[in-house]
Design a protein around this ligand. Sequence first.
Ligand code: AMP
Length: 574
Amino acid sequence: MTQTSLEGSFGCPADLDVPQNPSGFSRFGFGPELLKALEAIGYQEPSPIQSAAIPELMLGRDLVGQAQTGTGKTAAFALPMLAALDPDQRKPQVLVLAPTRELAMQVAEAFNSYAVHLDGVRTLAIYGGADFRDQIHHLRRGVQIVVGTPGRVMDHMRQGTLDLSALRALVLDEADEMLRMGFIDDVEWVLEQLPTQRQVVLFSATMPTEIRRISQKYLNSPAEITIRPKAADSGRIRQRYLTVNGPQKIAALERVLEAERSEATIIFARTKAITLTVAESLEQHGYDVAVLNGDVPQAQRERTIDRLRKGQVDVLVATDVAARGLDVERISLVINYDVPFDSEAYVHRIGRTGRAGRSGEAILFLTPRERRFLGGLERAVGRPIEPMEVPSNATINQNRLDRLRSRLTTAAGASSCQPEERALLSEMVQRVAQELDCSGEALALAALELVLAGKPLLLQGEESFAMPRQASMGERSSAARNTRGERPMQARALEADMERFRIELGWRDRIKPGNIVGAIANETGLAGKAIGRIQIFDTHSTVDLPQGMPPDVFEGLRQLRVLNKPLQISRLQG
Ligand code: AMP
C-alpha cells in the first residue's frame, strides 16, 4: 500500500447537531458522537493508514503499522479504541505508550478531541517530570484512556496506582523511537504485566530487528500495514543543503534566517550546549528565540510550545529528543544546524514542517567532512537534496528592502493608531516640516530611519563562504595533504607552462574532476594527463591547461556542456 499526501481540510462549518454530509468515516460503523467530532475537526476522508487500519482494529485484531508521524496514525488507532470503549467502566481500558512527553500529550489531546461528545470518557497523559500526586488523583477519579511514557507508566504500575486489570488494548506508538531512547526493556516489562486477552497495536516509522522481535513475541497474528516513506508528504517539503565550515556556521545561520521568509523556524542542534550557544548568538542579533532541550523543565517546555503555536516566538532551537513529535503547523522552516545522527533522525526532523497539508522548507548544514552523509540522507527520503548557497549580501539586502517596503505599505494602508493619536502625530509632522522648512518626503525618510533604530539597512560584511571541496587531479598524491592528512583549502599555485581557466560549475553542481577531464579531453583532443590540476570550489572550478590554446579550440570549449549545464569556461587573469 502506498501513501498519498493527507489533504486534511480544516475549519469546516461545525454543525454539531447533525453531520450534514456523511463523511468518509461513516463507513467504519462509528457512532454519531465520533462522527460529529470528526466533522467538527474537519476530517472528511480517512487517510490511507486510517482506511487500512480502522477496519482491522474494529474487528479486534492486533496490528503492526509501519508509518510515520503526519500520516494520521493517531486517529487510525484512537478512533477504533474509542468506538469499542465502555464509558461505564471507569478503569483504564486503553493504554498508549509513547517515547516522549510531547507525543504523549499530543496523543492524549487527539483522544480528547475525538471523544468530545462521548460522555464520561476521560483521557490522562502521564509522563515523567510532571507531578506524581496529581496523576494519582486523576487516576483515582477514573480514566479509561491512559497515554504515557514507559518509565512513568511503569512507576505507576509498580506502585499500584495504575490498575490495568480491565485493559482491552495497548498501543505502542513510535516503537522505534522507544527503542532508540532505551525504553524497550520497560515496554517489554509493561507487555508482560498485561491481561492475556488484549489487543496490541504497534506503530513504528522503521522496523529494526528488535521491534520485529517484540511484535512476533507479543502480538497475535497481527494485520500488517505499511505506509511507505512519505514520497508525497516529504515532497511537500523542499529540502536543501549548504556546505559551510564549522566556524562559519553561526554566521551562515543568521544569513539563512534573514533570507528565508519563514513563519516559524525550528533549528536542530546536536547538544544542549549548542542549543544555548546558538540561541544566545541569535538573541544578540535581535531574534526572539526559545530553547527546547532536556534541561528545560516540563512546565516551561509546554509554555514554549504554546508560545510558538500562538506566534509569540518564531524561532526555536532544539535538540532531537526535546522536539520529537512536535506538531506546530506554523513551522515552515526546519534548519538542521548540526547534521542529524542518522537518516531516521533527519526524517523526523524535517517532519516538523509540512504539517497538516502545508508545504515546508528544510535546510541542512554540512561541513565539508560531513558531506559524505548526504547520499544516505537522500536515500532515506528517496529524492535528491538540492544544494544552496549561503545567502549573499545582495539577497539579504533585497529582502530587507522588501520587508521594509511591505511594512510601510501596510502601515500607510491601515493605521493602527487611535484617531486622536493620529491627529497629534499629524500636527507634529506639520510643525517639524515648518520648523525645518523641509518636504514631506524628507520627513518620511527621517521616520523610516527611526524605524531602523540605528541598525544599518544594508549588510556589507564579508560574504565569502565558498571553499574548495576537493583536491585536484594533480593532488592525488599524499604529498598534497598537510601533516594532519587534510586537504589543502587554499587555491594552488599554477605550474610552469600552464594557464588557469575558470568553469562556472562547482561542488554544488556535483561536478567531479572526471567530468571536467572527460569533457575537455573530448573537445580538445588533449590527452587526459596533459590536463593539469583541477580544483573544485563551491560554485565554480578551475582547470589548468597547457598554455597557447588555439582560439578555435577555446571557442569549442566555451560551447561545452557538462552534466547538462554550460561550462562557461573563461581565462583567469594572472
Ligand atoms: P498524526 O500522523 O496522527 O500525527 O496526524 C497528523 C495530522 O493530520 C494531525 O494534525 C491530524 O489532526 C491530521 N489528520 C489526521 N487524520 C486526518 C484526516 N482524516 N483528515 C484531515 N486531517 C487529519
